[in-house]
Design a binder for this molecule. Structure first.
Ligand code: KG4
Ligand code: ZN
Length: 355
């Protein structure tokens, strides 16, 4: 089964073709992020206008790279939300028109469910990792610029949301921190680079929600601590590379420690967890991956740690949407083809089915 995926929830125009659950035949992305770098954010109308221009060339390129024509496409999967409404509409309207022309089913995918499916993506058949029920239960930390949440699933579409951020997302904490340090957007890669060789223990940041029993996250306090650290100690990271290195390393450490702390607590509660998955833009962070490797190693059940096989599958992409479409169809049958609305604010609870 070949599924064509379309993802346009933020500033990217992404189209991919995925064979069955995981083999990526093509994964094309055109991003207007560079033009927004100096703003530390995205202008929604401008992003949607660029997506209108890019959509047809990106679609053609995805089919060309997959070496397929339209008759070989069995279904179309598209991000239905959440995200920027204008951008989402470019993707879903294109998908609806295409599905109607080629007379193939259309699957609406929650953006977060796309990220949850990204750890199965592989470049070739030889690398293919078949989904098996023995993989589950899986604990997945999904952390990006728009969301940070922790899931516990007994299959792809069944499970529960254990916790979520109460304020900023983890990626947002990186982005806002980078802005305070006058580093370029997006902040995650900038801070990771600036932190190289720095001392992560040089500046102490609080551990958020330390005495809270839930699996929720909170990042806004870390950003505020960074702001006061710079103000109170009159630190000027730009004029001293050593200070910048240590602050970036300490701030990165604080964000990753908070994420790792909650994953650790969830593993203590859910002893039967077989795998821990890290997904979303923040899963590209090497320091976070090291934390998670250590955490998985200290638990008796020794859960397997997985993250997307390529950086391109950590950040927003259409291959994960196509894979998600496959899993939805595989587990829900024709219910996956039910009509859907395009929505900027889609509740997290609608990501996977509750038991
Ligand atoms: O998943 P994604 O591409 O888009 C959203 O759905 O938000 O994630 C983007 C976020 C940004 O906040 C970016 O700063 C963060 O992921 N990010 C990283 C790294 N690469 C991207 N955060 C930490 N370390 C990285 N290496
Ligand atoms: Zn995302």
């Amino acid at each position: 089964m070949n599924i064509l995926g379309i993802e346009t929830s933020c500033d990217e125009t992404a189209v991919a073709v995925v064979e069955d659950e995981s083999v990526v035949l093509s994964n094309v992305i055109a991003s207007s992020r560079q033009s927004f770098e100096h703003l530390a954010g995205v202008i929604p109308e401008e992003a949607a206008r660029r997506q209108l221009e890019c959509m047809i060339p990106v679609l053609a390129e995805a089919l060309r790279k997959a070496k397929l024509n339209w008759s070989a496409i069995d279904a179309i999967a598209v991000t239905k939300g959440p995200g920027l409404l204008g951008s989402l509409l470019v993707g879903t309207t294109t998908a609806r028109v295409l599905a109607s022309i080629i007379q193939k089913p259309l699957i609406g995918v929650h953006h977060t469910f796309g990220h949850l499916s990204s750890t199965w993506l592989r470049e070739s058949k030889n690398e293919k990792r078949k989904t098996s029920h023995s993989d589950f239960p899986i604990l997945t930390l999904s952390a990006s610029g728009g969301h940070t949440d922790l899931w516990y699933r007994s299959s792809h579409t069944r499970g529960m949301l254990l916790g979520r951020t109460r304020d900023d997302a983890a990626g947002e904490a990186f982005d806002k921190g980078a802005s305070l340090l006058a580093l370029p957007y997006p902040g995650g890669p900038s801070i990771a680079k600036a932190a190289e060789g720095g001392d992560p223990k040089r500046y102490a940041f609080p551990l958020p929600l330390e005495h809270d029993e839930t699996f929720d996250f909170s990042f806004s306090g870390l950003k505020t601590s960074l702001k006061y650290l710079l103000r109170d100690f009159r630190l000027d990271p730009q004029s001293d590379p050593g200070i910048l290195r240590n602050i970036a390393a300490s701030y990165q450490f604080a964000i990753c420690r908070h994420l790792a702390d909650k994953v650790n607590r969830a593993l203590c509660r859910h002893l039967g967890t077989r795998e821990v998955h890290l997904v979303g833009g923040v899963s590209a962070n090497t320091h976070l991956r090291q934390w998670m490797t250590t955490i998985c190693g200290i638990h008796d059940a020794k859960p397997i740690l997985r993250f997307p096989s390529s950086l391109a599958y950590c950040t927003d992409n259409a291959a994960m949407i196509a894979a998600a479409g496959f899993f939805l169809h595989n587990e829900l049958g024709d219910r996956a083809f039910e009509s859907f609305e395009t929505s900027a604010t889609l509740p997290l609870g609608e990501t996977v089915l509750r038991k």
